[in-house]
Ligand binder design. Structure first.
Ligand SMILES: Cc1cc2nc3c(=O)[nH]c(=O)nc-3n(C[C@H](O)[C@H](O)[C@H](O)COP(=O)(O)O)c2cc1C
Length: 171
């Protein structure tokens, strides 16, 4: 699929078919996340693939009760850890959140190229998700997404965005 079409037609998908995600497609999506850039190439991330119904149900609860999340055959959780060295700028040791955002963006775009839906979930309870998945103390959740084939609605062109004239300034 052409890259700009991927960008234009990725949508947040909130309705999923029960069909499983083929293992080879899942692997390509995770591979896209793996090759993302990060500050000093530290790659401070780990991805958890949740497929069991009970864990998915608990995940949906831990994501503010967004119950549609557990319709998807898989839920991906990206967790990261602080990188101790000073990596410059005011963001400092919180830069792992930036690294995680980049890798997760790779992941959701690769998913779109595979015809798979995602919805970036920011409304999660970190401590609850850590408990459900048994994460180590030093890892914290940065992003969550369901992953599966879209049911109702599907992929459409993005329209609800500010125009370029409003967001770009020549200085
Ligand atoms: C950091 C972040 C957190 C988000 N959290 C949620 C969420 O908890 N629940 C949800 O339904 N959508 C969530 N979204 C999806 C946004 O609402 C969505 O990306 C935005 O409205 C634009 O729509 P689109 O993704 O279809 O282009 C989140 C998106 C981002 C980037």
């Amino acid at each position: 699929m052409e890259f700009y079409e991927v960008l234009r037609t990725r949508r947040s998908i909130r309705s999923y078919k029960a069909d499983p995600v083929p293992e080879d497609a899942l692997r390509r999506v995770l591979e896209a996340a793996r090759i993302a850039p990060s500050g000093s190439n530290r790659q401070p991330w780990r991805f958890y693939v949740v497929k069991t119904p009970e864990k998915k149900r608990r995940m949906a609860q831990a994501c503010g009760g967004q119950t549609w999340i557990d319709q998807a055959p898989a839920v991906i959780v990206a967790a990261g850890w602080k990188v101790p060295t000073n990596r410059g700028g005011y963001i400092g040791e919180m830069s792992f959140v930036m690294d995680l955002s980049i890798t997760f963006t790779h992941l959701i775009l690769a998913a779109r190229a595979e015809g798979l839906g995602t919805c970036w979930i920011g409304a999660f309870q970190n401590t609850e998700v850590k408990k459900i998945l048994g994460l180590p103390d030093d890892e914290n959740v940065v992003a969550v997404t369901p992953l599966g084939y879209p049911d109702k609605g599907g992929f459409t062109e993005n329209t609800s965005r500010k125009p370029l004239e409003e967001i770009v300034k020549e200085v």
